[in-house]
Design a protein around this ligand. Structure first.
Ligand code: SF4
Ligand code: SF4
Length: 126
């Protein structure tokens, strides 16, 4: 789960970006803009061509996979924060059960999507 769509594939490390603007010029989809001196990707427009990653000399455009531990941490922290709304141990356990169901649903959506993409790839190769 990710709260912020702009964090998804690819994403720009604000710490590494020096704001040179090269990626803004190269992006064929006009998906990158500068915000407060740092590049930012609008994922609604991004066509995932990877050009921004290739062109950045500062390694500021990062691979999505690097966000896995960050997003896991965010999910766990959110779960703990929401759990504070429940007083009794029973309520907390029920809440955790619902969170498990939610993340399991996300997993199934991802698995089924991957299956469909695999089918599309196989159709193309046929
Ligand atoms: S090319 Fe790299 S350093 Fe330059 S603005 Fe884009 S992300 Fe930032
Ligand atoms: S992956 Fe391609 S479309 Fe997406 S932001 Fe980078 S250059 Fe633009």
């Amino acid at each position: 789960m990710c709260k912020n769509k702009t964090r998804k594939m690819p994403w720009i490390s604000k710490e590494k970006c020096i704001g040179c603007g090269v990626c803004v010029k190269i992006c064929p989809a006009g998906a990158i803009s500068m915000k407060e001196g740092k590049a930012e990707i609008n994922m609604e427009n991004c066509i995932r061509c990877g050009k921004c990653h290739d062109v950045c000399s500062y390694e500021a455009v990062r691979h999505d996979g690097e966000r896995i531990p960050i997003e896991v941490k965010e999910n766990v922290e959110k779960t703990k924060r929401l759990m504070e709304n429940f007083k009794t141990e029973k309520e907390k356990q029920e809440f955790l059960g619902r969170m498990k169901k939610y993340f399991n649903k996300e997993k199934i959506v991802a698995e089924k999507t991957l299956e469909k993409i695999k089918n599309i790839m196989e159709d193309k190769n046929a």
